[in-house]
Design a protein around this ligand. Structure first.
Ligand code: SDX
Length: 392
């Protein structure tokens, strides 16, 4: 249709859709899922309830919650042949690449999940990915650790079952620790959705072509992997470890982050939307202190994180640019305290974000949104005649 469009690289000032799922106010640091504040949900709800809330729009009754969890558990079995795909990866493979591959492979074992012409088709596909995804996450971890793969125990809660699948040893019973379960439940709630972030926009645009749910989630996993997005939680801990190895000299890293000639960025700092504080970072910071205290762990990296944040927050460069700790800045400290290895940090982000991806994909499909297809401003060559190779 021609017509001049305006360039908005990174969609900084473009709304891609109307959505009723998550509300953010970047100036006031407000985050609400379906109208409920993240502070209340993190404090009073649990991950299964938040999954139901994000996808279906209301907090479940106890009956609905029980049925939803049963429906998810009934579809949690992953075809044994998926293990053959896992076997093809080297042990050194990054678990995010493993997870996106295995998630996309689920389509091959559940071809009927691609066409979701009815609400019940959609519900089946949603319960399948919610049931199978924690299994795939635990397989990615156990492959890396050289542990036999597990299928979990459907008599347990969603988070308890995940912890057991991840950490049960073939030679000793896994002992559930409520401090760890509660910390993980809270982290998963805090990561569950975040309106039109990079990976969610990827899920929506992939799903807008009517690619299946599993393939669209796989695309979202790949987008989340980047160190500017979900991959930042791994990069934060690596940065804090570097600072620790460097004698705790965080001023040197702050100066590097301010140096325009140095590509280094303070990982876990800054956000496209939050311009005062990331409410999730505030909650995670307190939770990190509580978990380390409850588990009797003294992690010097938490002190470095606190010191680094304090200095950065009083530095003109960061204040002028409204750069604050984001969701990724403290989360790795908790993951590490509960025994999750660093390469699995972004996979844990994906486990938390799965319900948001599903909710946004479902909203896009129910709203019958058109296929995503942005325009461009062409700045290439004007028309020119072909030149045979002998004359070039
Ligand atoms: C997540 O979108 C979401 O909602 C994402 C997320 C979610 O829940 O889905 O919240 C999860 O991805 C959190 C962000 C994790 N990423 C990091 O921590 C990586 C480090 N942060 C940045 O690279 C950056 O802050 C972004 C990517 C988060 C935001 O980038 P923007 O909005 O495109 O901002 P920008 O890169 O244009 O930066 C604006 C200015 C620049 O300086 P000037 O050119 O104006 O002088 O701020 C500077 C940047 O150089 N800047 C930083 C910085 N972040 C921005 N300088 C040093 N360290 C940083 N971390």
């Amino acid at each position: 249709t021609g017509g001049i469009t305006t360039l908005d690289a990174g969609f900084k000032n473009t709304s891609s859709c109307e959505s009723a799922i998550t509300f953010l106010d970047g100036e006031k640091g407000i985050l609400r899922y379906r109208g409920y504040t993240i502070e209340e949900l993190a404090d009073k709800s649990d991950f299964i309830e938040v999954i139901f809330l994000l996808i279906f729009g209301e907090l479940p009754t106890s009956e609905q919650k029980k049925k939803f969890h049963k429906d998810i558990q009934s579809k949690s079995l992953v075809d044994a042949d998926v293990k053959k795909i896992l076997d093809g990866f080297p042990k050194t493979a990054h678990p995010m690449g493993v997870l996106s591959a295995l998630t996309s492979a689920l389509t091959a074992f559940n071809p009927q999940s691609v066409e979701v012409s009815s609400e019940s088709d959609m519900y089946n596909a949603i319960c399948k990915i919610l049931g199978k995804f924690p299994v795939l996450v635990s397989w990615a971890y156990r492959k890396e650790e050289g542990l036999p793969l597990a299928y979990g125990d459907n008599t347990l809660g969603y988070v308890e079952n995940f912890m057991k699948m991840m950490f049960e040893s073939p030679v000793e019973k896994y002992v559930m620790n409520p401090v760890i379960v509660n910390a993980l439940d809270k982290l998963l709630i805090l990561h569950a959705d975040h309106e039109q972030n990079c990976s969610t926009s990827t899920v929506r645009i992939a799903g807008s072509s009517h690619a299946g749910l599993f393939a669209s989630i796989s695309a979202g996993i790949s987008a989340l992997w980047g160190r500017l997005h979900g991959g930042a939680n791994q990069a934060v801990i690596e940065m804090l470890e570097d600072i620790k190895a460097d004698g705790g000299d965080y001023q040197k890293y702050i100066d590097k982050a301010k140096d325009k000639n140095d590509p280094f960025r303070l990982m876990g700092f800054g956000h496209r939307v939050y311009k005062n504080f990331d409410p999730r970072a505030n909650i995670i910071k307190v939770a990190a202190e509580e978990v380390l205290n409850d588990l009797g762990i003294d992690d010097p990296v938490l002190d470095i994180a606190r010191g680094l944040a304090e200095v950065a927050l009083s530095d003109e460069y960061f204040k002028e640019r409204n750069l604050y700790p984001n969701v990724d800045f403290y989360s790795g400290i908790i993951y590490r305290a509960i025994g999750i290895p660093v390469p699995m940090f972004t996979v844990m982000f994906a486990l938390g974000r799965l319900p948001g991806w599903i909710a946004q994909w479902r909203e896009m499909r129910l709203n019958k949104e058109p296929i995503g297809r942005p325009r461009q401003l062409y700045i290439g060559a004007t028309e020119r005649a072909f030149v045979p190779v002998e004359e070039r």
